[in-house]
Design a protein around this ligand. Structure first.
Ligand code: NAD
Length: 323
């Protein structure tokens, strides 16, 4: 199977590419990535010599480049996005451009080239915030940040290409990921790298916001299950089953690094901060046999160990992003 992976130099996309090529010598993957501030080509160094791997630096909003790389592909797994909520609050333009227009350019090209399957990687944030219970795949979308609104736009647009054009689209909506190679602006690596440097970590508001955490390897396994077994035109939740307040997550990270609560600084809450996300992921568990395999405590411990051992990876990125 020839797969076009967009955003393959980012955190989740690179895990997906490394994992896919490592497990299948016959795999054929073309990565299309613009190498924005969060794209790191070195994330793909372990597979650079795989005979089925091709890297193309290019923008998903550019119809010429997208048309060229789309020709001959059997499937698309679409990760490329502007992905950081805080950045979207400071400026929504790049989010609308990449997440909405870029997705439209990809969908048009996939339709034109009769690509057999298009997996659109979306997020639980498209639903907004939920006080109690969990969202199902039928719950209405009610995003609250420019990031989640742009993801909701692309998510719905992808589904319309199935209904309108018959393109074989499947959408995954996943909870918060953590693991190695995550850009150090996101909360888990931000806290780990600051703690490793002896600095304080900024905890938003009272820390009672709840997120469901999933190891990136489990997310990528879920995507593969949907790529191969999902039904066209449908949405699949990929959950972690480990809901935690940010306060509790902070405590686990402090323990994992061996630091105390005096290293935590309470800062003004994020504007429009969603209180809680929660997915019902019964559908993918029942229909496709998905279950997360990485226990949170073990996953956080290996993640901390990875950041400890890879200072040369994250220090220049932190500098590049002015963190
Ligand atoms: P990331 O920021 O680490 O990676 C994004 C990648 O996309 C980078 O390599 C970047 O260079 C590339 N990119 C950005 N704009 C581009 C453009 N215009 N053209 C081509 N490439 C471009 O993000 P991530 O955390 O790996 O997230 C990947 C996807 O998963 C996103 O669609 C995100 O919405 C979704 N998602 C993320 C999470 C999470 O917890 N990180 C959870 C659910 C869903």
């Amino acid at each position: 199977m020839r797969i076009l992976v967009t955003g393959g130099a980012g955190f989740i996309g690179s895990e997906y590419v490394r994992r896919r090529l490592a497990s299948d010598p016959a795999a054929r993957i073309t990565v299309l990535d613009a190498l924005t501030y969060s794209g790191v080509e070195a994330n793909l160094a372990p597979v650079a010599d795989h005979p089925g791997y091709t890297f193309v630096r290019g923008d998903i909003c550019d119809p010429d480049v997208v048309g060229q790389v789309m020709a001959g592909q059997d499937a698309v797994v679409h990760f490329a996005a502007e992905s950081h909520v805080d950045r979207s609050i400071h400026g929504a333009g790049p989010f609308v451009r990449t997440n909405v227009t870029g997705t439209q350019v990809l969908l048009d090209a996939a339709h034109r080239h009769r690509v057999g399957r298009f997996v659109h990687v979306s997020t639980d944030e498209v639903y907004g915030s939920i006080g109690e219970g969990s969202w199902t795949e039928q719950s209405p979308l009610a995003p609250n940040s420019p990031y989640s609104a742009s993801k909701a736009g692309s998510d719905l647009l992808a589904l319309t290409y199935h209904r309108t054009h018959g393109l074989d689209v499947v959408v995954t909506r996943c909870t918060n990921n953590y693991g190695p190679h995550q850009f150090p602006e996101k909360v888990v690596p931000l806290f780990i790298t600051r703690l490793l440097d002896g600095k304080k970590v900024p905890l938003y508001g009272d820390g009672r916001n709840v997120r469901d955490w999933l190891h990136v390897s489990d997310h990528c396994r879920g995507i593969d299950l949907v790529l191969h077994g999902g039904r066209a035109g449908e949405v699949y939740h990929i959950g972690g089953g480990t809901e935690l307040t940010n306060h509790k997550l902070t405590g686990l990270l402090l323990d994992a690094v061996g630091a105390d609560w005096y290293r935590v600084e309470h800062v003004a809450d994020r504007k429009g901060h969603d209180l809680r996300y929660s997915l019902d992921d019964g559908k993918i568990r029942e229909q496709l046999g998905y279950a997360p395999l990485t226990d949170l405590a073990e996953g956080l411990a290996t993640t901390v160990a990875w950041y400890r051992a890879h200072r040369a990876w994250w220090e220049p990125l932190r500098e590049r992003a002015g963190l």
